[in-house]
Each structure stands twice: as C-alpha cells, then as structure tokens.
Design a protein around this ligand. Structure first.
Ligand code: BGC
Length: 930
C-alpha cells in the first residue's frame, strides 16, 4: 500500500493469457488491485489512471493520464500497434478512500507504479506470412478396419538452417492443418498440447507465437522440426462411423521463424516452411482423438529433430510438397492453450476378476498416461486401454461407444523415459495394461512407474467454494473436474466417447458456473466467434455443435431452443462476468438471426410439431430416448423464447440501440402474453405442471407482473411436486439450472421455501446431485443415474461420466449458499464492479466460504452459524470487497424480517454478526407418508 492507495497486482491485455502474440492493434488494458487489508485501504475508489508506454521500436516513452474510475478493459490510449510490435507498459492509478463507499472525502493518493509488462502484436496481416503450407509428397494414410478407410499416419517435417549472429529477439509463428508439436534443435517448443486447438478451420485457423530466442544455436546449424497428426482437422469426428477429413484430406504445417537484431530493429525471416523442407513418416503409426495412438519405437530415428547432432542423414527423408495457402483467416488466439496442468499418481494397482492388470487413479480426468521409465525387449507391445468406470470389476468401456481409447507402444529394446502419447487424449479414471504387470521381473509396474497427465485449456482458476458439508464439497469438486475435463480447446459435452463436440446447450446452461470457477472469457469468446461464423454458414440457424461438423447430419440442422439460445445467453453471461461488451457486439447480428429463423406458430411462439430436444435427459426419459422428458419440449422452448427475447432487449440497451431495445421489449411482452394464454390458467397454475415447467415459468418471470397470487400458486404447486418426489430431482438439461433458483425466489413467504431447495440439493437418493457422490463419483455424470444403483452402467447410449451440464447447480451454490452474485439488473454494474452479497444459509449447513477473483481483485465471503446451548443462533460473516468496487450486502436475518436492510459497502474487510433463525422447518417433510 502506498500512502493510502492499494497495490496493482496484475496487468493483462484483452483476455490474452500472456500478452505475447495478440491479434489486436489497440488491445484493451486491465489491472487488478490487491484486496487484503495490508494492501488496500477502505472504500477506495479510483479517480484516474496513468499508463506509461515505451515503444521499443522508436525508443519513445509516453504517459497517458485519464480521469476514470475503471480499471477493467480500458481503451488503448496510444497509437495502434503495428504487426509484431512489442511495447512495455506500466500503470499507476490515483484514488481516494472515503468514509463511505461513495464519498471521496479521503485524501487522494497514487498507487505505486506496477511492474513493466510487455505486450506484443502477432502477425496482423495475411501478407506477412511468407511461409508455404507444406505436407508430405505422398498421402500417408494407413488402411485400417472396415469401419474406417484410413488414418493419417503422422508426418515429420524438418529443415536445417544457419544462425550466425545472436538476435535480440526470435519468434516462431506456427500452425498446422491437424495438430502439431515443434522442436528447435531437438527441444520441444513450448508446452502446448493439441495445438493449434480446434476452431472452425474453414473460417478461422489459429496460430501460435513462441519466443524461441534461447533455443537458437549461434554460429551452428540449427534444426526446426515439426510433427503433425490428423487431430480434429482430418481425423474422425462425430459418433458412430463419424465424419473423417471434414476440413480437408491433407495435413500439413505452416511456420516462420523471424529474428530481430538491435542494430537494424527489423524483422528478418530466418527460416520458413517451403518445398526445401524434408519429410518422413512418423514412427507414430496412427493417432486419433477417439481411438488413441500407436507408437512404434522400432521406427524411431534418434535426433531426427536435431540434424546437426546426427552422424548419418537417413536417405528416406524426401522433399516436402507445397499446399495452397489456407483460405481461413489466420489469427492469434485469445484462448489459452491446452496444457498438462497436473500429474495424478495411481491410487491402486490390482487384478480384475478375469486377470487383467488395472490401475485406478482415484479421479476421473482427461489426459494421457505418462510412463516415467520402462525397458522392454524389441518387439514387445504394451497396450493401454482407458475407461471412466469399472463394471463387474472389469474396465467399463461400453459408454465409449465407437472410441477405442487405446494407446499402444511397440518397444525397440531401448528404454522409454517420460513418455506420453503425443496427439490424443482420453477421459478415464482407470486403465488396463496389457504387457506390463506388477509381477514382471524387470521394471515391474508400481504406483511410481506411471502418472495420469491432466490436460485442459489452461485458464486461471477464479472461484472456490467450501462448506460444512463434505458431500457438497465433493459435488463442487466434481463440477470443477468436469469443467477442466471438457474445457478442452472448445467447450465440449464429454471427453471420452466418440463425440467430444461443442454442444451448444451444455455450455449455455453451464456458462454462469464456468465463469465463476475459471477466467474463461478468452476461451468462450473465442469459441463464440466460431459459433457466429458457423451460424452464418448455416443460414442463421445456430448449429447444435460448434465447430459445426454436422452440417450433413447425422442430425438435421434445425433450430433448437435451449441449445441455439446460447448465441444470446452466453455473451450476456460473459458481459455480466467480465464487463466485456465485445461478445455482445460480435454476436448481435447472430442473436437477431436466431430470433428470425425460429419457426413460429401463429402466436409467435415456437412451431409446435417440430422436433425438440426439450428438457433433455430428465430422469423420467427412457434410456433410449433422452428427449422424451416429462415436460413438453415446446413449453420449454417457449419459456426460453420469452427469456432470450427479453435478454436481446437488454443487449440492445447496452449497445445503445434504443429502437431495438424497445422493439424486443415489446416483442418479449407479446410473447409472454402468448405464453400465459397458452400455458397459464387463470388460477396461476401452469399447464406443464412439472418441476421444470413451473421452475422455468417462475424464474423467467412469465406470470403477469401484477399476478402475485398466480406466482404464489405456481410456487406452491412446485413445492407440492418437490415434496411429492421426496426431494428427488425431476429436471433435465433445461430445468436443472432453474429448479433451485425457483425454490429460493423472493416470493411471499408462504410460497417460497428455500429449505426445499436445500433438501433437494442435499438429498442423495437417486436421482439427485449427491447420488453420484454417494456412489464415489469424482466428476458430474451425464445422466442422474449413469451408474445405476445396482452397480450396472446405465444401458442408454448417452452415458458419460464426465458431462458438466447437470453441474450447473454450482451457480446456485456460489450465489445462494456462498452469497456472491453479479447483479444482472439496473442496480448492478457488470463485471463485479457493483455486486451483491446475500448468503442464505439453510439445511443443516453451519458454514460456507466462497471466493471469486473479479477484475478488481479477490472477493471473499465466509460465514458461520454459532449455536449456544439455549438454541439461540448467531450468524457471523466476514467479507472482503476489492478496491474500486462496491457490494450491496443483505444479511439473512434482515431478509427474514422483511426489512430493507441492504447496505452498500466499499472496499476493505467487513465483519458482521447478527441473531440468526433458520429460514423454515428443517428438514421439510416429503408428502410421502412412509
Ligand atoms: C451430448 C449432449 C448434447 C446432446 C444434444 C448428446 O449426445 O452428449 O450433451 O447436448 O447430445 O442432444
């Protein structure tokens, strides 16, 4: 803290993970403040900031001073960056800490300057790509089984070149059709996996920028080498027989290495991919995302990627072939890369009833096996099969459907050290090993021989939750693991079977949970750009999966509520969390297209007969027909239609489009009226009369505003069905994120009963959120009963054990139990500049702790309920509000007394204590009398 001002602790650009290689000429700048009491004074509000920018190319340093209370996504103050330009920048802010959150009566003080940070533009113009896209001169397909004609055998490409003078800076710009790993002089460049990641390759191809200065050998021969595999580009995607070569039938690489010397200060092209490169088939015989990798070490050529160290050049290397330059836009991604973020050790090695060697990692996860070291004779094959669960003590592979999820290594006689398959990933907790056992006389399999390398898009963790209930904590951990598992370059549905697609409905319902747990703005914003391109290509219909690899089936491309609504609801969520209106702008025309292409009945609501996914996978839907839910799919679609139309009106308001705002407000109210006419009886009862129908109607506010009695009746009806279900969940994908909010709405006390929400959340009967936890689940399941109480895997085709959609309940845990909520109404300021703190204890919870790293700093809320022997309870809460933000605080007792006890508080640490009464009968009674 400097003289009454907080310390600046992070500086970042747009949503870019590092600042190296941005695709923006005028990147917006953000910084945060340290929030704890030793670093931040109370009620601190920024009044101005200074940005000092050093343009290294000209040597000029210029300062920009701006009067502003904003420190998130502030506009670039200087002239735009040119391609490749690297500038250094530091920030200092000025502000005051007043006696109240809004007053500025305190003494004004400057913060210390932040550290200097670098930001560097990528190759911003297409013509700056001097490199050619290259591939092998012959197709390297490998004929396989009858189901698939061929895999692409990965290829290796390399080029030797001289470097005579040490440059000040060296950058490699690189991408591939397929997935690649690059090496400079035998050392792997960077730590990314499955680069360049999955985008709609026909529209957008990402490239990476690497600083390779310390890998160059000055005055010697250097080797740049690239290995490329089929990846999503040419490999099999979509279930069953799938689609192969969706984007193209030739894999290849595009790379250029540029250096800059201090005397000339100009980029100099040192080496680029072209027909002077050599290529050779990789010893990796095949590498598919669904099927796994086969690595034949016998065919390995040592030092293939480090020619200068090679004594003998193999004659089998041939000249590479040039391919046409990609049509797609080449872009440096704002999305963090996929990395190995953690190693998990085995918890148990054991034999299955049939004598197979199995390894349990104790956690369902996504990644691949790392073999620390292993020697086996030449020709020996080790096979690794992966699965999420066991059934009857054996590997339960049926849920993988047509994904083989098998890696094989054929040994050469030389030992393997720190080996991982290169271009694949699996969803697994268990592996089965054939060719390596604990009883082997040499190099026996032990818990120290292998690890599971956890892979996912490497975003910063921003949200934490913990409570006095261990099962609830495990549920929260399971949600987090399912997020990590499925945020894999794109937001996917599941990571293990022959699917792993960017299903739009799943991320639509999970967006608020994800935004809390991880800084996912760059990741989701990037994916939304693909969504918009693919939506345009589909004539305005939002594809059900993005990147859209199903334009030709197997499912028809028709509008779908809940799924397609992502084009409106996800950008809105991103705006609420990150304060970035960029996705709203970029998606606005897609939002209008979506509303335009929805097939409508005469009343403006959804056409009734068409196929709808509806409340997908509710527990009543039969195993073989997940869409046959208890709630009518058209009702679900119609409720969502009102909600998204209202949201488009709010977007129009943010984007200063008053005419659109008015138009969509009127349209939404017309649709709400049509909804009432169609589904809500005069009494207030809802025609659907299911947990999902009632919850959607209540949470989306579909009763007449003045119809307090009708809403109360619908809430009472929901109360009835929740008790009648003995607190078991009856919702699917569409109802699960609204059922607890519906039970905890601010309605007249007689109709709203938050204890029902707690009872439902804490139940472990099947189906419920805690049933999987009681069965030892370590991730969120696709179905409420993916594993049946009998211990058999659910016979349905859709039975993944790692699907985040039903984990959307965590948003309620953060908001209602933890008490931290962004304010999605006129009283809030997006991006957590002004947020709400309203913990609502219930059930038998006695404490909870929730933390969120906002754009302003850490928000921390911790409460506990203390009981004295006489039954008197006290609620104690401590709250940290970061500098330059405010919170509206509402304590539980104030809410129960119906007082308007909202208090606006400013930055600093706050402590509260008040008398506490339970919010209602605990446990609430079910209406089943036995
Ligand atoms: C996916 C889901 C997806 C659904 C759409 C499934 O195969 O795994 O998560 O949303 O299809 O119906």
């Amino acid at each position: 803290m400097s003289g009454g001002a907080p310390a600046i602790c992070d500086v970042w650009f747009e949503h870019h993970p590092t600042g190296l290689g941005l695709h923006e000429r005028s990147p917006r700048i953000s910084w945060r403040y340290k929030a704890d009491s030793s670093h931040a004074p109370s009620n601190w509000i920024q009044t101005s900031y200074e940005v000092e920018i050093n343009r290294r190319t000209s040597g000029n340093t210029q300062a920009f001073k701006v009067a502003s209370d904003e420190n998130v996504l502030i506009p670039w103050p200087d002239t735009p960056l040119s391609s490749r330009e690297n500038v250094a920048l530091r920030i200092r802010a000025r502000g005051t800490s007043g006696s109240t959150p809004r007053s500025t009566d305190g003494k004004a003080a400057n913060t210390e300057w932040s550290d200097w940070v670098a930001v560097e533009a990528a190759l911003l113009e297409r013509q700056e790509w001097a490199a050619d896209l290259i591939t092998s001169s012959t197709r390297t397909g490998l004929p396989l089984d009858g189901e698939r004609t061929e895999y692409f055998r990965p290829i290796r490409l390399r080029k030797a070149f001289d470097v005579n003078k040490k440059p000040e800076q060296a950058r490699l710009y690189i991408t591939a059709l397929g997935v690649y790993v690059a090496y400079l002089n035998g050392t792997r460049i960077g730590d990314e996996h499955m680069a360049p990641g999955w985008t709609s390759y026909q529209h957008r191809l990402q490239y990476q920028t690497f600083d390779v200065g310390n890998l160059l050998r000055i005055g010697e021969v250097n080797t740049l080498a690239i290995e490329v595999a089929e990846g999503w580009y040419a490999g099999r995607v979509v279930w069953g027989k799938g689609v192969t070569c969706f984007y193209g039938d030739e894999i290849g690489a595009l790379a250029q290495l540029e250096v800059r010397h201090s005397d000339t200060n100009k980029p100099e092209l040192t080496v680029k991919t072209d027909e002077t490169w050599q290529w050779l088939e990789s010893p990796i015989q095949s590498s598919g995302i669904y099927d796994g990798e086969v690595y034949d070490c016998q065919q390995e050529e040592s030092n293939w990627n480090n020619v200068s160290a090679q004594t003998e050049t193999s004659s089998s290397w041939q000249a590479a072939k040039k391919l046409p330059f990609p049509d797609a836009t080449l872009l440096a991604s704002p999305c963090p890369p996929v990395k190995v973020t953690e190693l998990v050790r085995p918890t148990r090695i054991f034999q299955s009833p049939s004598g197979k060697t199995l390894v349990d990692f104790g956690q369902n996860l996504v990644g691949k096996i790392l073999i620390h070291s292993l020697s086996r004779p030449r020709g020996h094959t080790l096979t690794i099969r992966h699965a999420e669960v066991l059934e009857h003590g054996e590997l339960g592979t049926r849920p993988l459907r047509c994904a083989k999820a098998t890696d094989s290594i054929i040994f050469s006689g030389s030992p393997l050290a720190q080996y991982m398959p290169q271009f694949t990933f699996h969803g697994f907790r268990y592996i089965e090993l054939d060719g390596w056992a604990p009883s082997d006389p040499s190099d026996p399999l032990t818990v120290d021989s292998i690890s599971a390398a956890v892979m996912h898009t490497d975003m910063r963790r921003t949200g934490y939750f913990e409570s006095s209930n261990e099962s609830l904590n495990r549920l929260h951990s399971n949600v987090t693991w399912s997020l990590r598992s499925n945020f894999f370059s794109i937001p996917s549905d599941c990571p293990q079977r022959d699917e792993r697609l960017g299903w739009t409905g799943d991320i639509q319902v999970f967006g608020p949970t994800a935004s809390f747990l991880y800084d996912s703005a760059g990741f989701m914003g990037n994916w939304m750009r693909d969504l918009i391109s693919d939506q345009k290509e589909a004539g305005g219909i939002v594809p059900m999966v993005v990147p859209d690899v199903m334009p030709n089936g197997p499912w028809p491309c028709v509008a779908q509520a809940v799924w397609d609504d992502v084009v409106v609801l996800l950008p809105w969520t991103l705006y609420q969390w990150s304060r970035d209106d960029g996705p709203l702008r970029e998606c606005y025309s897609g939002m209008l297209d979506h509303l335009r292409v929805i097939p409508r009945a005469d009343d403006g609501l959804w056409e009734t007969e068409m196929w709808k996914l509806g409340d997908w996978l509710d527990p009543a839907a039969p195993s073989d027909n997940p869409a046959l839910a208890m709630t009518d799919g058209t009702l679900v679609a119609d409720a969502y239609l009102v909600h998204v139309t209202r949201t488009v009106a709010k977007v129009a308001s943010v984007l200063s489009k008053p005419e659109d705002e008015k138009r969509f407000q009127q349209e939404a109210e017309r649709l709400a009226k049509a909804f009432r006419h169609k589904y809500i009886a005069g009494s207030g009862l809802v025609v659907g009369d299911t947990q999902t129908a009632l919850a959607l109607t209540l949470v989306f506010g579909l009763h007449e505003d003045t119809d307090v009695a009708g809403r109360a009746l619908a809430a009472a009806r929901l109360d009835k069905w929740v008790r009648a279900a003995d607190f078991k969940v009856s919702t699917g994908f569409a109802g699960t994120n609204v059922i607890l909010p519906a039970l905890s709405l601010d309605l007249p006390a007689s109709a709203s009963n938050i204890q029902l929400a707690y009872k439902m959340l804490l139940s472990d009967k099947c189906p419920s959120w805690l049933y999987p936890v009681s069965q030892g689940a370590t991730t969120i399941w696709e179905r409420w009963d993916s594993m049946l109480p009998s211990g058999e895997i659910n016979p349905g085709e859709m039975t993944s054990f790692n699907h985040y959609a039903l984990g959307s309940v965590a948003a309620w845990m953060h908001e209602v139990i933890g008490g931290l909520a962004s304010l999605d109404d006129d009283t809030g300021i997006p991006g957590w500049k002004k947020f709400k703190v309203r913990p609502r204890p219930g059930g038998d919870l006695t404490r909870a702790k929730t933390e969120y790293l906002s754009g302003y700093g850490w928000i921390k809320c911790k409460w506990e309920i203390l009981s004295t022997g006489s039954g008197v309870k006290t609620f104690k809460m401590s709250l940290t509000v970061p500098p330059n933000s405010t919170a509206v605080v509402l304590l539980p007792n104030a809410e129960q007394k119906g007082e308007d006890e909202e208090v606006l508080v400013g930055s600093g640490e706050h402590h509260y204590e008040c008398a506490y009464e339970d919010p209602g009968e605990w446990p609430p009674k079910s209406s089943i009398p036995f």
